[in-house]
Design a binder for this molecule. Structure first.
Ligand code: XMP
Length: 506
């Protein structure tokens, strides 16, 4: 429906999320690799960019198929680009133009600014400014520092704004997007969870016919929602495999397997704990752990998938942030941790891939899950890393260490739930540290393990801050852990933010 051309702004995904919150479907494509079917899009939005339009290597999109042919909204860089290359003037600004500002002037009678009043707060983030508007421009709005904060081109449905409507701090940003997309571009707001489920189930039916499909379930939100969608479309032809790698939370394998069965999924639980633990014996290096787990998972999964005769497809719970092709600004970002479950399984599986959630953001996956009646508790689960407790046991892994950490983790997580704190936290867990410390229990000197508790707030895991859990809760949890879990005599709480720390300790 709506095409967002990305120029590498950190906010591009936010534009997409705001548009979708209006129940309008949109896709992000890099400006230098636009989709071929541009005519299928009813409107186009140009994102911001870290570049200056005056820089030699700045993006030069070809807008010949867009400008004047369909409604166009140019944000920040986009607005400067239109000005710079159509007879206007863009120059470095003298004043700082970052952060909050207020619209001090709005031209009256413009549909674009319907229901938005002077004084409205907007978010600026740019170092160049539009000194002179391009040919045919009508000036629409200003802030005290930015004269040309918005303009349109006479005779076209082309609008340009210097501020970022997608950022939460632009109070009327969503209204502005609605004005543009609904009132000006005439797009219907009919993309909802229910309509997504209906159309996706229909598409899956047509695509898959009577073929058999294999899906690996992890207990996480994405694979579960993908499973339920596919099950709606093809029923028993969906063969799910749920592998216990022995590194899940306490009782997780059994309870989640039951839930899956309760949903009517055709699921096989495979307990491969011993195989994983054997392969991991003696390995301390975090990347080595991840690689080993990834390799064994593929072996186990392949063994199981091969038992399903004539399987044609491999389904995956890939979501949109994993597939958006990004505009590289500073070269490929360095690999910090090899997330083994991003990128999919290797070719030898020789199955065609089907990814019913590949165009959805995480919160949309949750809403789709809810609209299909999936248990809210399952949908609200904290993220849990693919390698599981292996990367929360620092140093080498033994079954005894797994047992200790499972007990500690269960006390912590159950405590969060019992005290109404679970949903206030984005992710929580416990780390087993590779040190012993001295303690006293009764008259005895102990020399036992230290565990660290971690609870963070985040929206996407890219940045995170530790959660200020109540002292009473931490106190109670620490007592319970030390009294109940043999082998642990000290509990610490991790108060590091990401960056510079990471969420996991390995
Ligand atoms: P970090 O530790 O990088 O974690 O701040 C960010 C998010 O990613 C999860 N994580 C992983 N997930 N495989 C996964 O599936 C991995 O190897 C992995 N390492 C970290 C982590 O739990 C957090 O949500």
């Amino acid at each position: 429906n709506v095409l967002i051309l990305d120029f590498g702004s950190q906010y591009t995904q936010l534009i997409a999320r705001r548009v979708r919150e209006l129940n309008i479907y949109c896709e992000i494509h890099p400006y230098n690799n636009p989709p071929e079917n541009i005519n299928d899009f009813k409107a186009v939005i140009l994102s911001g960019s870290p570049f200056s339009v005056r820089a030699e290597d700045a993006p030069h999109p070809d807008l010949s198929e867009i400008r004047g042919k369909r409604p166009l909204l140019a944000v920040c860089y986009g607005a400067q680009y239109l000005a710079h290359f159509s007879g206007g003037e863009v120059a470095p600004s003298n004043t700082r133009e970052y952060g909050r500002a207020n619209l001090s002037f709005i031209k009256e009678g413009e549909d674009f600014f319907a229901n938005i009043s002077e004084g409205s707060q907007v978010w600026m983030s740019h170092s160049d400014t539009i000194k002179q508007l391009p040919e045919g421009a009508v000036h629409l709005a200003s802030t005290s520092d930015v004269e040309n904060a918005a303009y349109r081109i006479e005779g076209e449905d082309t609008y340009a704004i210097q501020f970022h409507p997608e950022v939460y701090h632009s109070t009327d940003g969503k209204q502005l997007l609605e004005n543009f997309l609904v009132n000006i571009a005439g797009i219907a707001q009919d993309w909802t969870s229910d309509s997504f489920v209906d159309s996706t189930v229909q598409e899956l039916k047509e695509k898959l016919g009577d073929d058999k499909v294999v899906l690996g379930l992890s207990g996480g939100v994405d694979s579960t929602v993908a499973g339920v969608l596919l099950h709606k479309a093809i029923g028993k032809n969906l063969h799910c495999i749920f592998v216990n790698n022995g590194l899940l939370r306490k009782n997780e394998f059994e309870s989640v397997l039951k839930q899956y069965e309760g949903m009517g999924l055709n699921v096989k639980g495979v307990d491969a704990s011993a195989r994983f633990l054997d392969a991991l014996a003696g390995i301390s290096d975090p990347e080595q752990k991840r690689k080993t787990i990834g390799r064994v998972f593929i072996e186990v999964f392949d063994d199981e998938a091969n038992k399903i005769e004539n399987a044609k497809w491999l389904a995956q719970g890939t979501i949109y942030p994993d597939v958006i092709e990004s505009v590289s600004v500073k070269g490929p970002s360095a690999t910090i941790k090899s997330h083994h479950n991003v990128g999919g399984l290797p070719d030898f599986m020789k199955l065609k891939v089907v990814e019913p959630l590949r165009m959805l953001f995480k919160d949309e996956v949750r809403r789709v899950g809810a609209s299909m009646g999936i248990d809210p508790e399952l949908l609200g689960r904290h993220p849990f890393p693919g390698p599981g407790l292996a990367i929360r046991i620092l140093g080498d892994i033994t079954s005894e260490k797994v047992r200790i950490l499972q007990e500690v983790d269960a006390i912590f997580i159950d405590g969060l739930k019992e005290n109404g704190l679970y949903n206030k936290v984005w992710q929580a867990g416990a780390m087993l540290l590779p040190v012993n410390s001295v303690g006293v229990m009764g008259d005895e000197r102990t020399y036992e393990k230290v565990v660290a508790l971690r609870a963070v707030e985040s929206t996407d895991g890219m940045t995170a801050d530790w959660v200020n859990l109540p002292y009473e809760f931490l106190q109670k949890t620490s007592n319970q852990i030390i009294n109940k879990v043999k082998g642990v005599n000290r509990v610490v709480y991790d108060i590091s933010s990401k960056p510079p720390a990471t969420i996991e300790w390995e």
